[in-house]
Design a binder for this molecule. Structure first.
Ligand SMILES: *Cc1c(COP(=O)(O)O)cnc(C)c1O
Length: 360
C-alpha cells in the first residue's frame, strides 16, 4: 500500500489515523456487529456518534450556547439558496465578492431578493481581499455575506468585514477548523466538510438562535428550513450518517493534537515553508497579495503554461498529486489542509527546487 501526498482542493486528504480507525471498525462498530453505514440513525450507537461529534465540535470552536450546530446535506452550494430563503426577511442582503464561490452565492441570492455586491476583487482576478472596514452596508440588509477562504484563488479574510451591526454569514468550507475563531462575531458559519474535515455529503451549519425562525420565504421546502433541522437535532430525516461519523473522528483527532490553536501553529509552519520558497524562487511565484494569503490553498505559476503542465506531470509521477490549478485559473495549486503532514510540504518544496534547477 502506498499513500501519495494529495494536494487536492477537495475532496481532500484526511488523517491517516482516522482512516485506519474507520477501517478497523468497518465490519463491526464496537460490538454492534454492523458498520455505521448499516445502522439506524435512531439507534443508541448512532445517537452517541452524532452527540459526541457535536459536543467535540462545540469544544474545539468554543461555540456559545446560543448557537445551533446542524449537520445537513446538499454541500456548500445548497446553502447558497438556503441562506436567502431563511434569512432574507427584508429581501435585502449584501455580498462581498472575492471569488467564484462568493459570486455563485450572490447570483443565487438574486433569485430571492435584492443581493447587493458591496465590494469585489474581480478587477484583479480575485488576487486580494478588498478593504471592508467601511462598506456601504444597506440599511435594511438582512445579513452580510463572505467567503472567508477563497479555495480557488488562495486568499483569506484575515480580518472580518465591518458589517455595521448586520449578521455576518461566512462560507468557511476551505478553512474550517484550520485556526481558532470567535464564533460570536458571526450570525452563521457554514462549510462543506470535504475540504478540511470529512467526506463529501455533509455540510455543517453553525447558526445563532435568533436567526432560526419559521418566518422563511414563501415556498421554502421543508427540507431547506433551518428550524426543521434545529428542532429535530439534525435528524428530521436520515442524515449523512457515515459522513458525520468520520467528521466525529476528525474532531477527536484535532482534540488529541491540541485543538485549533495548535492546528493554527502547525498550518502556519507548513504554509511558511511553501511561501518562503515561492518568495525566493526564480521560477515559481505565488499569485496573490501577500497580506491576504491563505494558509490552506496556495496557488502558484511559472508564467509558462507548458512548463506548468510539465511540472504537474512530473510531480504526479513523483507522488505529489492533484497540484493542477483550478480550471479557471491555470497554473498550480497546493492545498495544504490540516491533514497534510509537514513532511508532504517539505518534500514538495524539495521537489520544486529540483525542478527549478533542471528547468531554470
Ligand atoms: C468547495 C467549495 C464550495 C462548494 O462546495 P460543494 O460542497 O461542492 O457545494 C463552496 N464554497 C467554498 C469556499 C468551497 O471551497
Amino acid at each position: 500500500m502506498a499513500r501519495v501526498f494529495n494536494f487536492s482542493a477537495g475532496p481532500a486528504v484526511l488523517p491517516e489515523e482516522v482512516l485506519r480507525e474507520a477501517a478497523a471498525e468497518m465490519l463491526d462498530y464496537r460490538g454492534t456487529g454492523m458498520s455505521v453505514m448499516e445502522m439506524s440513525h435512531r439507534s443508541r450507537p448512532f445517537q452517541e456518534i452524532i452527540e459526541t461529534a457535536e459536543s467535540d465540535l462545540r469544544e474545539l470552536m468554543g461555540i456559545p450556547d446560543n448557537y445551533k450546530v446542524l449537520f445537513l446535506q446538499g454541500g456548500a452550494s445548497q446553502q447558497f439558496a438556503m441562506i436567502p430563503m431563511n434569512l432574507m426577511k427584508n429581501r435585502v442582503a449584501d455580498y462581498i465578492i472575492t471569488g467564484q464561490w462568493a459570486k455563485k452565492a450572490w447570483q443565487e441570492a438574486q433569485k430571492y431578493g435584492k443581493a447587493n455586491a458591496v465590494a469585489s476583487s474581480a478587477d484583479k482576478t480575485f488576487t486580494y481581499i478588498p478593504d471592508c472596514s467601511d462598506l456601504p452596508i444597506s440599511e435594511n440588509a438582512d445579513y452580510v455575506y463572505i467567503c472567508e477562504n477563497n479555495t480557488i484563488y488562495g486568499t483569506k479574510f484575515h480580518e472580518l468585514p465591518n458589517t455595521k451591526g448586520k449578521p455576518l454569514v461566512a462560507d468557511v468550507s476551505s478553512c474550517f477548523l484550520s485556526e481558532p475563531v470567535d464564533v460570536s462575531r458571526y450570525g452563521m458559519i457554514y462549510g462543506g466538510v470535504q475540504k478540511n474535515i470529512g467526506p463529501a455529503g455533509v455540510v455543517i451549519v453553525i447558526i445563532r438562535d435568533d436567526l432560526i425562525t419559521e418566518d422563511v420565504l414563501p415556498g421554502t421546502p421543508t427540507m431547506l428550513q433551518y428550524k426543521i433541522h434545529a428542532d429535530n437535532g439534525s435528524l428530521y430525516n436520515t442524515p449523512p450518517a457515515y459522513g458525520i461519523y468520520i467528521c466525529g473522528k476528525v474532531f477527536q483527532w484535532l482534540k488529541a493534537r491540541g485543538g485549533l490553536e495548535a492546528m493554527k501553529q502547525y498550518n502556519e509552519q507548513k504554509a511558511k515553508i511553501l511561501y518562503d520558497f515561492l518568495d525566493e524562487s526564480k521560477l515559481f511565484h505565488g499569485t496573490v497579495v501577500k497580506k491576504d494569503r491563505s494558509l490552506m490553498n496556495v496557488p502558484f505559476v511559472t508564467g509558462d503554461k507548458e512548463l506548468d503542465a510539465g511540472f504537474v506531470r512530473e510531480a504526479e509521477a513523483a507522488g505529489f498529486v492533484n497540484l493542477k490549478g483550478h480550471r479557471t485559473v491555470g497554473g498550480m495549486r497546493a492545498s495544504i489542509y490540516n491533514a497534510m503532514p509537514i513532511e508532504g510540504v517539505e518534500k514538495l518544496v524539495a521537489f520544486m527546487a529540483e525542478f527549478e534547477k533542471n528547468n531554470g
